[in-house]
Design a protein around this ligand. Structure first.
Ligand code: AMP
Length: 624
């Protein structure tokens, strides 16, 4: 009964049979949206047109849906000790919610999460006991954060995947085929209380709905599950490439969660392509693949194919410095897809190089805490990608942020100081303004500060389209200077221009604040694709110094309270060692983000960097 009732609006929407008066329509839309908040994923009938219609209906009624979503979250979790102790008393309206529940960060919730990890199954943060845990990548904060994971988060992930695919497919339709997806699971750890903790992406890949959704959105992975869930990342990567080549004519999409994994995969391809050709020619898997489950699964797909091997071989030889390798080897691929914004922007240049004429499309915006928005404007260049917030997947608030004018008021060592106003609701944000996002979700987070800064680029119906600006945490600060990850990225981009004439590029970079010297100074670590002359690197170093435009930095440099910036060049492969280090700690390649600042507390990574320095240069930009 419920099922047929819920299909009814789909019929109306998909056939566009709006034979109702406008007031009826408003009522209808209200009921429809209400139904969408409670409609289980598996009851939905998949069609791209339906997905777009659903998205349009949701976003037109964003304000009311936000209230309905908050009500649903608070009703489901009314028993939670956290909400009870804060005196919410079963109320579900936004006003009471804001009065009773404080804004929090992850550290405020740690004691509650710890009890869940230790096996306390009483309703602590959620009504129903938490049975799975996600580990955030931990690359932005230094250590992974433990977060609750449940079916609602899987549902919203699928909703986001489908929504952005439906819009993408309107402009860049893919045929039936496969996707070369560089996706990897991570280690699972058991908490003291017996819960399984793994990265959010692994939790998603393991869910039943993932496979179904990948089929729906024509993105079925070329590689068997044994490759995705293999215990050795390098072996999985090799096999992803191999399976992609075996199915080279079928591949329609090249993708990964974050763009870094695609660039990393093709850098590896440059090293192993001949071995891959040999495997295909002889139909025998390389001896480097030693994990029995991966060997067995991939061997089944291999049979001697000298014609394919020869064709790959000659195409690779014809390429100039691997420019356009993706369309050359995967002639039916329509685009390259993955998160390309924020900390992924530095990889765009290399990605464009590998992608040649193929369009790059930036994927959606989310976190281990839950998804936020879908990219429904796929033709925008990745640098300007926007994310339309889905109003039924969480309750979102936005803290308006304003740069302090004139005198600095206060200085915090870890975050950028802004003048903060009271949080506003999803539909109350203003175009052009910047905000920090606050999330309330179905998995026990209430008014949780995500730590991301976004700018409002516009609206899609009544829901805002966000642009990712940066993480709120500062990466570089010594005195009154404040530089974010974005400032560092811009400085590196500016200085790296001096390398292009030498046909050199920065493979990866990070930074460190060195206060062991008096005065303290910024250290930037660069890995280059090959050697550069001292002269060029000296100019790059001074250019980096001059490219930090923050008034606090410039002033401090001029009066000498911050010393000359230091550029340290590290050996090739150093950033691979850093990645390996994080993988050893249980991080997933699928969620990996190079830490853009390494503090003294991150001693292992700092050691890897310092031990691999091959040259260092000091800026002469400010005369000292
Ligand atoms: P994690 O949960 O640790 O894998 O990382 C989530 C974080 O990744 C978010 O809070 C953002 O800072 C960043 N992130 C996720 N999606 C995007 C995106 N589309 N653009 C820029 N940054 C993103």
């Amino acid at each position: 009964m419920l099922c047929s009732l819920l299909k009814w609006p789909y019929f109306l929407l998909s056939t566009r049979a709006f034979l109702v008066s406008s007031s009826d329509f408003v009522g209808f839309l209200r009921n429809f949206c209400e139904a969408l908040v409670v409609l289980p994923e598996k009851m939905r009938v998949f069609s791209l047109e339906n997905v777009i219609d659903e998205f349009e209906a949701l976003t037109k009624d964003a304000g009311r849906l936000q209230r309905a979503t908050l009500r649903k979250i608070l009703e489901q979790n009314a028993e939670a000790e956290y909400l009870q102790n804060l005196g919410l008393g079963g109320r579900t309206d936004p006003e009471s919610f804001k009065v009773c529940i404080p804004l929090v960060t992850h550290s405020d919730l740690e004691p509650y999460i710890q009890r869940i990890l230790d096996g306390d199954t009483s309703p602590i943060l959620t009504g129903k006991p938490i049975t799975s845990i996600s580990l955030s990548s931990g690359t932005t904060q230094g250590k992974p954060k433990y977060l609750a994971f449940n079916d609602e988060l899987v549902h919203s992930t699928m909703q986001i995947y489908r929504t952005s695919f439906a819009f993408r497919n309107k402009e860049y339709p893919v045929g039936n085929g496969k996707a070369l997806q560089f996706i990897y699971s991570s280690k699972q750890v058991k908490t003291k209380g017996g819960l399984i903790a793994t990265t959010a992406t692994t939790n998603v890949y393991r869910s039943e709905q993932f496979k179904r959704t990948m089929k729906d959105i024509q993105s079925q992975c070329c590689s068997p599950d044994e490759v995705i869930f293999g215990p050795d990342f390098q072996q999985s990567l090799y096999c992803h490439l191999l399976c992609g080549l075996i199915y080279s004519d079928d591949v329609q999409i090249i993708s990964s969660t974050f763009a870094h994994s695609i660039v990393h995969a093709f850098r590896t391809f440059e090293q192993v392509w001949e071995e891959l050709c040999t495997d295909i020619r002889e139909g025998v898997l390389s001896s480097r693949i030693t994990v029995p489950s991966i060997r067995a699964a991939v061997s089944k797909l291999l049979s001697p194919n000298p014609a394919l091997a020869d064709s790959i071989h000659s195409k690779c030889l014809r390429l100039s410095n691997w420019y356009g390798v993706i369309p050359e080897l995967w002639p039916n691929a329509k685009y390259v897809y993955g998160i390309m914004t924020g900390s992924m922007e530095p990889y765009l240049k290399k990605l464009r190089h590998y992608a040649g004429s193929l369009p790059l499309m930036s994927a959606d915006y989310g976190s281990s805490e839950g998804w936020i928005g879908a990219n429904v404007n796929p033709s925008l260049p990745p640098e300007s990608a926007t994310f339309a917030v889905l109003p039924n997947i969480g309750y979102f608030e936005f803290i308006p942020l304003q740069n302090p004018e004139g005198q600095e008021l206060e200085h915090s060592v870890s975050t950028i100081h802004y003048i903060e106003a009271e949080p506003v609701g999803l539909t109350e944000v203003e175009v052009g303004k910047e905000y920090e996002i606050v999330v309330t979700n179905f998995a026990g987070l209430y008014r949780y500060r995500l730590g991301d800064i976004v700018r409002i680029a516009g609206f899609h119906n009544a829901t805002p389209e966000l642009q990712f600006v940066c993480r709120r945490s500062l990466v570089l600060s010594i005195n009154i200077d404040k530089n974010t990850e974005k400032d560092l990225q811009l400085a590196v981009e500016a200085a790296a221009k001096l390398l292009t004439e030498e046909k050199l590029e920065v493979v990866d970079f990070t930074s460190h604040v060195d206060t062991s010297t008096e005065p303290g100074h910024y250290v930037i670590f660069w890995e280059l694709c090959s050697d550069a002359t001292d002269e060029v690197l000296r100019s790059c170093c001074s250019c980096l110094d001059l490219s930090f435009l923050d008034a606090g930095y410039v002033g401090s440099r001029k009066v000498g309270v911050i010393g000359p910036l230091e550029l340290r060049v590290v050996r090739k492969g150093t950033f691979q060692k850093i990645l390996d280090h994080y993988l050893g700690l249980g991080a997933a390649v699928s969620q990996f983000k190079t830490p853009r600042c390494v503090g003294v507390s991150n001693s292992m990574v700092l050691q890897i960097l310092c031990r691999n320095v091959t040259g260092y240069y000091f800026s002469t930009a400010y005369g000292t």
